[in-house]
Design a protein around this ligand. Structure first.
Ligand code: SF4
Length: 336
């Protein structure tokens, strides 16, 4: 049987209550998934928080220590190895932080780090060492972030990120949207959120009402790496967004042992499309300290990508990219 029983799922439950029931102890997650905790590479010690929602855990195959969803969240002893070429700030966030909480890397758009909180903590996260406590957004109109936005008329898009911006309460999101509405050149609000897929309860009637308050366009980018992460529950959440006219894109990270096969990625693209989600980016791993065991060489990445290209129609093929600190855009990986 794929996955554990998921009778506890209900889209009517309060999402904060659902978050509070998450696994925050590795031993409890392993017990739930009926996996032997004595496996050598697992570690109860970690310098990056551990959290897994019960919904995500319900999709992990029982008694499978190599389950691709489990591997994404499993603290591993190799996270403590210092590896050449890997750093704490792999994508140059620090140097691009214009004011606390606002990262301005690319023309026309800025990214706000609203919170360090996430519903699940992915072990390969490129912000696993990010100093969120020094980089929080001030929601007031006269705060530094809003002043920066007001004074930069070439910025037309604000990307809400983190952490996960949907970990922020609806009230705070409404206040932020109200502030952004007072800056006429901000026309697009983009949410980068993994909650869409790992906590479907978050797409509530109240959130949909808050989103309607933005005067421009709202767009979502979610983060799904493997087709097993998609079920009827998060498909229902994606359908709610589609019914209200929101476009949802997906970005994945190419991860060793998780999705390093063109068949898996092809299945993912097809399942995303069935779920009203468009495959957008396939990222090579950001070289952040603690994640080197997920890396795949460029040659192998290209081999997988070329097979993927020959198995999908163009509109389902994500673009293979990597992020190079200091560049003016994501860098396409040239495989030919
Ligand atoms: S959900 Fe996103 S920000 Fe949060 S740990 Fe995963 S990759 Fe990092």
């Amino acid at each position: 049987m794929k996955g554990c029983q998921a009778d506890f799922l209900s889209k009517d439950r309060d999402w904060k209550l659902v978050i509070s029931e998450s696994f925050c102890d590795l031993g409890e997650l392993l017990e739930y998934c009926e996996i032997d905790p004595s496996r050598a590479s697992f570690t109860g010690k970690h310098d990056f928080a551990f959290r897994v929602t019960r919904y995500y855990a319900s999709l992990i195959e029982k008694r499978n220590a190599l389950d691709p969803l489990l591997l994404q969240v499993l603290p591993d002893a190799r996270e403590f190895q210092l590896v050449d070429g890997y750093s704490e700030d792999a994508v140059g966030d620090k140097q691009a932080m214009a004011v606390p909480g606002l990262i301005h890397k690319y023309h026309g758009r800025v990214l706000l780090t609203l919170t360090g909180a996430c519903a699940i903590h992915c072990r390969y996260c490129f912000r696993r060492h990010f100093a969120y406590s020094e980089s929080s957004v001030d929601y007031r109109m006269n705060g530094q972030v809003m002043t920066y936005l007001s004074e930069n008329p070439d910025v037309s898009e604000v990307i809400l990120s983190g952490g996960d911006p949907l970990m922020v309460s609806d009230d705070k999101l409404a206040r932020l949207i109200s502030s952004l509405n007072r800056i006429p050149h901000i026309r697009v609000l983009r949410f980068h959120s993994r909650l869409l897929s790992v906590l479907p309860e978050r797409i509530s009637v109240n959130l949909l009402e808050v989103l309607k308050q933005f005067s421009g366009q709202v767009v979502f980018v979610t983060h799904i790496n493997h087709p097993n992460e998609i079920s009827a529950h998060n498909q229902a959440a994606f359908r709610l967004l589609a019914q209200d006219g929101y476009q949802v894109f997906n970005q994945s990270v190419l991860l060793k042992g998780v999705n390093d096969s063109s068949q898996i990625l092809s299945d993912l693209s097809n399942k995303l499309f069935e779920s009203h989600v468009i495959p957008y980016y396939l990222h090579r791993l950001d070289r952040v300290q603690g994640a080197a065991h997920f890396d795949i060489s460029k040659q192998e990445s290209c081999r997988i990508y070329q097979q993927l290209r020959s198995s999908l129609p163009g509109y389902l093929l994500p673009t293979l990219v990597e992020e190079v600190a200091g560049q003016s855009s994501k860098t396409p990986v040239h495989c030919d």
